[in-house]
Design a binder for this molecule. Structure first.
Ligand code: ADP
Ligand code: UDP
Length: 236
């Protein structure tokens, strides 16, 4: 499948049209951003790792019955996906307190959240991706009640599948962000699942193995991503 015109260049990926109007190519770049794009650095190999990581995870989810965008891995940095009409909110599931939840509510980092929480954030860098609720989504036309119900149910189902997968690899899935879109009327998982958009802690040591290493200047970012990939069986 040939790349055609660029549709969108985001902070970490570039999206291209293809000859098929229903399909796009996502190109994973090495750009690594934090603080709503305020800080951007190139991390060698990151594009390749996240592309293969994402493909591996989305395949697992598809096998478990989750509708996903993935069509075919094309190269180290490219994947062919369904062209979704993206819903402009991010769905965040948390199994432990970390990140913005800790700051916003003063909860101690690492506290187990049982049941896990489900939050919605508007995708808008200029507004720093504010927390929104379901009535905002309905009132502003971002998602319907039915779409919200489906996104929530899929997010929790994905939590069950992935928490087990990472647990078996000696890792805690602390939290993660998902983006959904609509394809042929069906809510479908889009964007990516990679250590850029989730928090993973080593079970024994609670060592951070995700993008927090970049956000917090801890070093060893790519080494951590590679270690996680290797532990869950991603072939790099
Ligand atoms: P950002 O837009 O946050 O800077 P990226 O650099 O990851 O993020 O850019 C990828 C863009 O492509 C995002 O805006 C995302 O919503 C969009 N996208 C991801 N998957 C699909 C898809 N399957 N169909 C259409 N758009 C997609
Ligand atoms: N996340 C993301 N993109 C965003 C915001 C959050 O991928 O624009 C992920 C983040 O990596 C974490 C989870 O969503 O795994 C929850 O993020 P949080 O709300 O704690 O915000 P943060 O402190 O990461 O800004």
């Amino acid at each position: 499948m040939q790349k055609r015109a660029e549709l969108y260049r985001g902070k970490a990926k570039t999206v291209y049209y293809t000859d098929n109007p229903d399909l796009l190519i996502l190109e994973f770049r090495n750009d690594t951003s934090a603080f709503d794009g305020l800080r951007i650095e190139q991390l060698e190999r990151k594009g390749m790792i996240n592309n293969k990581f994402n493909h591996f995870i989305m395949n697992k989810l598809a096998i478990a019955g989750i509708p996903t965008q993935v069509e075919q891995l094309l190269s180290d940095n490219e994947v062919l996906v369904k062209k979704l009409a993206m819903i402009p909110v991010e769905c965040v599931i948390r199994n432990r307190a970390a990140g913005s939840l800790v700051k916003r509510l003063g909860i101690e980092e690492g506290r187990v959240l049982n049941p896990p929480t489900f939050e919605l954030f508007l995708k808008n860098d200029a507004l720093h991706d504010p927390l929104v609720n379901e009535s905002h989504c309905r009132a502003f036309g971002w998602a319907t009640t039915e779409q919200l119900e489906r996104m929530k149910a899929l997010s929790f189902k994905i939590n069950t599948i992935l928490s087990e997968l990472f647990d078996k690899a000696g890792l805690i899935l602390v939290d993660y962000k998902l983006e959904f879109g609509v394809f042929n009327g069906e809510i479908t998982l889009g964007d990516e699942f990679s250590p850029d958009g989730c928090r993973l802690w080593e079970k024994e040591t609670l060592k951070k193995m995700d993008k927090d290493r970049f956000r917090q200047g801890l070093g060893g970012v790519i080494e951590a991503y590679e270690e996680v990939a290797q532990r869950i069986g991603v072939v790099l």
